[in-house]
Structure formats: C-alpha cells, structure tokens
Design a protein around this ligand. Structure first.
Ligand code: PRF
Ligand code: ZN
Length: 380
C-alpha cells in the first residue's frame, strides 16, 4: 500500500515546460510507457480499436501522438479477454504509441432507458443484441487492465444536462466513491495511469466539491467530465474558468469529449492539456471538412467544378493531391476513399492546429494566434 502511493511509481509523468505569459495555457510533456506526448494535445478517437478509415501508419504520418479507445465497445466486442490473449490492445491493433481508454461509464450512460444505475454499478443492455450486462468500477478497471492502455479512466457518472442540483450532488458523490474503488482495483499503477474525473454539472459549488474530493485522491492525472453535454458554450467556458484552477499544477488535465476548434482554443487558454472528440472523424465521413477558412461541406453543388484543394493552407496528403470536385464526387458516390481522404485532412487539420498552439504558447503569443485563427475560420 505504501509503495503504491509513491509518486514515482506512476506510469505517466507530466513535465510542465512553461505557462503562456498572455494566458493560462501550458506547454508540457507527458511521459508514458509508449513514448512522450507533447501537450496540449488532441487525441483522435478509435472507439472499436481503430480510428475509423485510418491505418496506424497514416495516423503517424499526420502526427497523432496518442489515440483514445473505449472500454464499453471492446468489452461488448470482441471482449477484453480476447484482446488480452492477443497480447493487449497495442499489439492487437498494431499501434505502438500511447493509448488512453475511456472507462465505459459515459457510453453506458448514453444508452438511456437501456440502463439502471445503482451504488454497485450500472446494469445495461447491449446496443448490439439486447443482452444484459453489468459495469462497475471494479469491472471497468479489470477490463482496462486487460486492454493494457497507457492511461485508464475512472468509472464515473456524467450527469445529463439539465439536471437538478440534488441529482448532480448525489451523482458526483457516488463518482468519488467509485474512484476509490477503481484505485483499489487497479492492478498495474506502474504500467497504466489511472485518471480521476471531476463531475458536478453546471453548479459552481458542486464542481468545487467534486474537484476537492477527486484531487484528494492521489493520481497521475485528472479529467473534467460532464461538459459539452448540450449546455451553451459560454456555460462550459465559465465552468472551466472556476474548475481548472482547482486541479494540481503538476498533473495533466484532460477535458473529455471536447474538440471543436473553438473549444480546443478556449480550453487551452484556461489550462487544459488533453482533448478528444469524434467530431473531425465523424463529419469527415459524411463529407464535411474543417479548413483554415472554416467548414467546407464538400457535398455542395458549388464545388462540382472546383478544381482547387480543400484548404490552400494545408499540406496534408489529401490537399497535396486532390481537388474539391473529386472529393465531392467520391462522397456523393459513397466511395470509401472519400471518407478516408477527408478523415486524413480533418485529423491533420486539428493536429496541426494543436502544433501551432504549442508553438504560440512557447512564444507567449497564444491570444494573437487565436485572433488570427478565428478571423480566417469565421471570416471576421
Ligand atoms: N465521462 C467519461 N467519458 C466522457 C465524458 C464524461 O463525463 C464526457 C463528457 N463530455 C465525454 N466522455 N468517462
Ligand atoms: Zn488537407
């Protein structure tokens, strides 16, 4: 027990390089068992042990340093025991850089009427065949231990929005008790870093209570959950304004499920180090590109004979080789290559954005960068 508490036993170590003089933004490095990540970072989402449409080589080419995967989906199919027999998730999917897995809490809560929450855990029916299952802090930790991801997330409850105060208070207190159980169940703290998750909805006192309780449990990193669940953007920024300063400075801070260009910049300005979001990969597959000049809906008729690239400022594989007219044709025909080329571009765009953000922090000019970025992105 004593050894277990010692900081240097942890699987990941956060190194703060500098804080931007114009803002609260932090430049750092996260040392993990599968390599060093430069922060702030965006993590592409690979729910089913694949970032949809991308090979690991392609992901590396566009600069992905870490990807996210999901406990719930891999538990349902093909099963964590199978992945463990395959040699772990890294080997199974041929990705040798860091992996973070979400605990399944959020996914199970998204099942709506298919689930029942108790102190012990959550009972739910599979989205695949309706079969009955149970996830608990112990089970979510056991699954993530078997997957072998570098960073594993606590089993939490993300309260819906809106939710009344008493509901959110009960929920965050249970999330703290569940974190204690995750930590006790975690078998490999020297190989896998367990991150706690601050909840508390949109209530200042409840965010403060959750941050106090969660950070009282010594862990190698902390996340902010329960945001980007339908609340107005301004409300999320306000919650970040008072919650981020309650997190320890010497640990990484991860804002879960957030990743539009606005939210990335606003999050970084407030001191967030890690983000993930399905947005860039999801909209790519239905034909929308994020570019330096804003969103481009490739499907639109106006691009039928547009023989220029998606983004004049982008040097990704897609922009170096293909026109909007061709991409529009592929997307309209539902050709797989269309989804692949747009995914390559969108991920490259967000990863490049974060690289630019890191450089701006290094040079104490993040506010200037933000202004320039949005002038082009929104044309104002
Ligand atoms: N908890 C977990 N995963 C998440 C969230 C959360 O609150 C969110 C909320 N935006 C996204 N993913 N475990
Ligand atoms: Zn591009």
């Amino acid at each position: 027990e004593k050894d277990y508490e010692r900081k240097y036993m942890y699987a990941v170590r956060y190194e703060l390089i500098k804080t931007c003089k114009q803002t609260g933004a932090r430049l750092g490095r996260l040392h993990t068992p599968h390599g060093v990540i430069e922060t702030p970072i965006f993590m592409p989402v690979g729910t089913q042990a694949t970032v949809k449409a991308m090979t690991p080589e392609e992901l590396k080419d566009i600069g992905s340093q870490i990807i996210l995967s999901n406990t719930y989906h891999l538990y349902m199919r093909p099963g964590h025991d199978l992945i463990e027999r395959a040699g772990g998730l890294h080997k199974f999917m041929n990705w040798d850089k860091p992996i973070l897995t979400d605990s399944g809490g959020f996914q199970v809560f998204s099942l709506g009427p298919l689930r029942k929450i108790k102190e012990e855990g959550v009972e739910f029916r599979s989205h695949l065949d309706g079969s009955k299952h149970f996830l608990s802090p112990e089970k979510a930790t056991e699954i993530q231990n078997a997957l072998g991801s570098d960073i594993i997330m606590a089993f939490d409850e993300c309260a819906p929005y809106p939710a009344d105060r008493q509901y959110v208070k009960n929920s965050l207190e249970r999330t703290t008790r569940w974190l204690e159980r995750c930590k006790a169940a975690h078998k490999y703290p020297e190989r896998q870093a367990l991150f706690g998750i601050v909840q508390g909805g949109m209530y200042k006192e409840l965010r403060e209570q959750s941050a106090r309780e969660i950070t009282a449990i010594d862990l190698p990193g902390y996340a902010i959950g329960g945001l980007s669940v339908g609340e107005p953007k301004e409300m999320m920024y306000e919650v970040l304004d008072y919650t981020v300063p309650l997190l320890p400075e010497d640990k990484p801070r991860y804002l879960m499920g957030v990743g539009s260009p606005d939210d990335l910049l606003e999050g970084v300005l407030r001191g967030i180090d890690m983000f993930d979001c399905v947005l860039p990969t999801r909209i790519a597959r239905n034909g929308t590109a994020m570019t330096s000049q804003g969103k481009v809906v490739v499907r639109n008729a106006s691009y039928a004979e547009d023989f220029t690239s998606l983004d004049p400022e982008c040097d990704c594989y897609t922009c170096r080789n293909y026109t909007k007219a061709y991409l529009r044709h592929l997307i309209k025909c539902n050709e797989i290559l269309g989804a692949r080329l747009l995914t390559i571009h969108n991920l490259h765009f967000l990863l490049k954005l974060m690289e630019n953000v890191r450089e701006a922090i290094r040079e104490d000019r993040l506010l200037d960068y933000k202004k320039d970025f949005f002038e082009k992105y929104y044309g104002k």
